[in-house]
Design a protein around this ligand. Structure first.
Ligand SMILES: N[C@@H](CCC(=O)N[C@@H](CS)C(=O)NCC(=O)O)C(=O)O
Length: 201
């Protein structure tokens, strides 16, 4: 059976949990507790050389990095498909996933680190800056969704990447303004997928 090295609050771990659930694949969750620095244990570093989650073990084939893992799952378990068939659609989906990985999610990670600190030690300016950077991304997401229900037309890996951040928008009180109608409708659509609730932990 597939083994997933994961940590419930990790957004990148959730990205893979959602893909596995959407593919209907059974998997064993192996919890790596980041709060106890278990990701840096020598045993785990043999699985993930950079000491991070997620990592995946498919019958002895071990890989890491949420984007690479989800691409592997798409190649190895093609049904249901989570990438468009045409090259242009696939490229667009990958661009939006990359935008999430490089411009959207890192600011959530910054906030997560700050809010864990004791009162008085949190850098409130940094939190506000990170929230503003997240909000800047809404413009692009809104445009990309013009005339479409999902980022690449049909539901897939690009949407899954952002799905792992949705509950944090609410938790960290980052409102999506009503001018982002496409995005608001898309968020509601994503939240109704069974994989959204099933991947929460
Ligand atoms: N590019 C990697 C990033 C993985 C990553 O940043 N994982 C975080 C949790 S979401 C982590 O393990 N942080 C602990 C650490 O870096 O020590 C991916 O997409 O999997």
């Amino acid at each position: 059976m597939i083994k997933l090295y994961t940590f419930p609050p990790s957004t990148n771990s959730r990205k893979v949990r959602i893909a596995l659930i959407e593919k209907g694949l059974e998997f064993e969750r192996i919890n790596i507790d980041l709060s106890k620095k278990e990701q840096k244990n020598p045993q785990y570093l043999k699985i993930h050389p950079f000491g991070q989650v997620p990592a995946l073990d498919d019958e002895g084939f071990i890989i890491y990095d949420s984007t690479i893992i989800n691409e592997y799952l798409e190649d190895e378990y093609p049904y249901p498909p989570l990438l468009p068939k045409d090259s242009e659609g696939r490229a667009r989906a990958r661009l939006m996933e990359d935008f999430r990985d490089t411009h959207f999610n890192p600011h959530f990670v910054e906030i997560i680190h700050e809010v864990r600190k004791p009162e008085g030690q949190k850098d409130l300016k940094l939190i506000e800056h990170a929230k503003a950077e997240i909000t800047k991304c809404f413009e692009r997401i809104e445009k990309e969704l013009e005339g479409k229900e999902y980022l690449a037309g049909t539901f897939g890996l690009a949407d899954i990447a952002y799905m792992s951040n949705i509950d944090l928008l609410e938790r960290f009180q980052i409102p999506v303004e009503s001018k982002y109608q496409n995005m608001l409708a898309w968020i509601e659509r994503l939240k109704t997928r069974p994989s959204y609730a099933a991947s929460a932990s």
